[in-house]
Write a protein that binds this ligand. Sequence first.
Ligand SMILES: *[C@@H]1O[C@H](CO)[C@@H](O)[C@H](O)[C@H]1NC(C)=O
Ligand SMILES: *[C@@H]1O[C@H](CO)[C@@H](O)[C@H](O)[C@H]1NC(C)=O
Ligand SMILES: *[C@@H]1O[C@H](CO)[C@@H](O)[C@H](O)[C@H]1NC(C)=O
Ligand SMILES: *[C@@H]1O[C@H](CO)[C@@H](O)[C@H](O)[C@H]1NC(C)=O
Ligand SMILES: *[C@@H]1O[C@H](CO)[C@@H](O)[C@H](O)[C@H]1NC(C)=O
Ligand SMILES: *[C@@H]1O[C@H](CO)[C@@H](O)[C@H](O)[C@H]1NC(C)=O
Ligand SMILES: *[C@@H]1O[C@H](CO)[C@@H](O)[C@H](O)[C@H]1NC(C)=O
Ligand SMILES: *[C@@H]1O[C@H](CO)[C@@H](O)[C@H](O)[C@H]1NC(C)=O
Ligand SMILES: *[C@@H]1O[C@H](CO)[C@@H](O)[C@H](O)[C@H]1NC(C)=O
Ligand SMILES: *[C@@H]1O[C@H](CO)[C@@H](O)[C@H](O)[C@H]1NC(C)=O
Ligand SMILES: *[C@@H]1O[C@H](CO)[C@@H](O)[C@H](O)[C@H]1NC(C)=O
Ligand SMILES: *[C@@H]1O[C@H](CO)[C@@H](O)[C@H](O)[C@H]1NC(C)=O
Length: 540
Amino acid sequence: MHSMACPLSRLLFLLLESLASVHAVVHVLNIPPAAPPNVSSALDPALTSFSFDPAFWVEFGGNKSHPNEFSMQMIRNIAARTGAYPIIRPGGVTQDSSIFDPTAGSPLRTTDNTTGAIYRTTWGPAFYESFSAFPSGTRFTVPLNFGNDSFEIASAEARAAVEYTEDWEQRIWAFELGNEAGNYKATQRNLTTWGPAAYVVEWKNWTSSINSFLPQPLRTRWWAGSDGITPALVTVALQTEDLIARGLNDAEPPIVREFSQHMYAYSACKPASAAVATVPNIHNHTNITAFVGLLGAKVTAARKNGSDLVVGEFNSVSCSGKPNVTDIFGQALWVIDTTLTAAALNVSRVHLHQGATLVSQSDTQINVPGANGTPGFSTYDLWYPVDSPLRGRRRATPSYVSQLFLAETVGKSRTSRLLPLSPPEGVSPDLFAAYAVYDGHEDAPVRLVVVNWDTFNSTMGEAAAKATSLTLDITGLRRNSKVTLKRLTAPGNDETNADYVTWAGQAWTNGTAQGRETIEVVENGKVEVRGSEAVLVFFN
Ligand SMILES: *[C@@H]1O[C@H](CO)[C@@H](O)[C@H](O)[C@H]1NC(C)=O
Ligand SMILES: *[C@@H]1O[C@H](CO)[C@@H](O)[C@H](O)[C@H]1NC(C)=O
Ligand SMILES: *[C@@H]1O[C@H](CO)[C@@H](O)[C@H](O)[C@H]1NC(C)=O
Ligand SMILES: *[C@@H]1O[C@H](CO)[C@@H](O)[C@H](O)[C@H]1NC(C)=O
Ligand SMILES: *[C@@H]1O[C@H](CO)[C@@H](O)[C@H](O)[C@H]1NC(C)=O
Ligand SMILES: *[C@@H]1O[C@H](CO)[C@@H](O)[C@H](O)[C@H]1NC(C)=O
Ligand SMILES: *[C@@H]1O[C@H](CO)[C@@H](O)[C@H](O)[C@H]1NC(C)=O
Ligand SMILES: *[C@@H]1O[C@H](CO)[C@@H](O)[C@H](O)[C@H]1NC(C)=O
Ligand SMILES: *[C@@H]1O[C@H](CO)[C@@H](O)[C@H](O)[C@H]1NC(C)=O
Ligand SMILES: *[C@@H]1O[C@H](CO)[C@@H](O)[C@H](O)[C@H]1NC(C)=O
Ligand SMILES: *[C@@H]1O[C@H](CO)[C@@H](O)[C@H](O)[C@H]1NC(C)=O
Ligand SMILES: *[C@@H]1O[C@H](CO)[C@@H](O)[C@H](O)[C@H]1NC(C)=O
């Protein structure tokens, strides 16, 4: 009756009450005090690895006498935190139109002068020699052209890799025959007969022929698969569990070092697919775990077969990303959540793809190359490796700091294990991700990752900052020890300027830390995380 008599003030009261509770609510985060049985295996120190499209190898890596020092610094920053270098895959769609020419130099792309499509990438010894310009300890996969259907082209590349890679036994991690062979066009294979069965027959034939001339230590270092994951086992897509069932890895000794799958949930390849590649769709933990979860069955199959599964190539939006979606700070959060979701499923490594627009992939894609054949660097790249007319000066993009965050999550112990945590009661599973890191010798978690996916854009103001903030109570753990945290933040999810993106208070736009490092002390076990922010908590 009271409310009937005074509906407006009642409404106001409810509103004020709910606003007040936004500040007051403290959510208790349940973290198992000891690692439960379903914690991941020990994290690979190179969990966060790379894939660079070979057509843009020179821009990203440079060559032996003139390495791209900026890229090298970006890679060293990661290794400084894990004690291991990322494994580098020069690979992608241009590997299937590549040719080794002993008289050629560094990888050189040949572009159709009317469409801008790259139809060939030619390299000579300098390509393999450039591997030694990377920090010592960096390992590489070797791209072989399978798409041309010429054994001669593929075997010439394999021979050259051994001949020209200095210290090949250490540096060559794996050979990769073809990229996304499930997508081959009618110019590459007879599509009436092409499919997983034909792939397995040809893959076994070619790899055993190449093995007959490779030095013995390299003969068991093959990647297999290298095709996208899809929700359905469609006819042509090459899926790990299917390839194993078809007998791909039946040589004795087995020759597959790792199975590889690629992962893109969204694409800018066509206007219709670009339309659904939006921030609300991509920045949703339920959507991330649903798609990445497809890897679970593949990991199980690979491990049962005595091998491992890696994501040899992935990013958020295929066909070079989408401006204002993949070049914003929120992409850093996406890389973190996606990588850790995969790691928790025991995917050994994920190779984040870097490159530039390739017109050949689709004639209706939204992205374009730069003027006069200059690269139109992909907007999902972690850094733009050289100055370019389309993207401006060489610099880190807002997502680069994800690599530092992930590297510190993995750490140097070689015994870190990961457990995804359920959201606290009352917190949406769509907008929250948390992971505990346990260490082999410790009973309690050593680190904690929290991502608050509730979108906070830079234009939204102070009230929204508070409304999207989450306060977590983590007192259940390690009461007697000092708890600190590092924050990954920006003025908003939509921030496109890396100068305003900070990891523990420091910006990394130009390759090295700028500003004073801020390590926060966690008081009373309360951790506050604004919307579109992530924190890494350290239980020291
Ligand atoms: C791990 O097991 C616990 C129960 O022991 C369960 O609540 C949790 O959902 C499991 N997590 C995963 C990622 O399977
Ligand atoms: C290496 O790069 C430098 C600088 O771009 C160039 O002058 C040189 O010719 C390159 N060497 C090879 C072998 O490509
Ligand atoms: C494109 O290349 C072809 C063959 O090399 C040449 O004949 C033609 O003039 C070129 N067109 C332009 C617009 O440069
Ligand atoms: C295969 O390579 C040759 C050059 O050796 C080239 O002319 C041809 O177009 C390539 N075919 C395909 C399908 O890539
Ligand atoms: C592709 O294979 C089918 C079935 O073997 C055959 O009939 C057809 O002629 C082939 N096409 C080409 C272009 O070779
Ligand atoms: C196996 O590869 C050789 C080339 O090394 C080729 O001549 C032969 O036709 C292939 N056989 C099959 C079944 O693909
Ligand atoms: C792996 O799978 C192949 C078939 O692809 C099979 O012949 C082989 O025995 C399996 N290896 C193990 C260790 O299970
Ligand atoms: C992801 O989340 C959105 C909500 O924004 C939902 O509508 C969409 O269908 C979900 N799925 C995918 C695959 O994006
Ligand atoms: C996240 O995606 C799921 C579908 O996977 C959808 O049901 C949910 O509404 C989305 N959440 C938000 C906040 O958009
Ligand atoms: C990106 O967003 C900015 C600011 O909202 C806008 O000016 C620009 O046109 C957008 N660019 C694209 C390609 O949508
Ligand atoms: C935040 O900004 C992005 C553009 O960067 C936009 O797509 C999104 O809808 C905005 N979200 C909210 C909640 O304002
Ligand atoms: C990076 O360099 C640019 C150009 O010199 C400068 O404007 C910017 O402030 C620098 N950013 C950081 C974070 O050091």
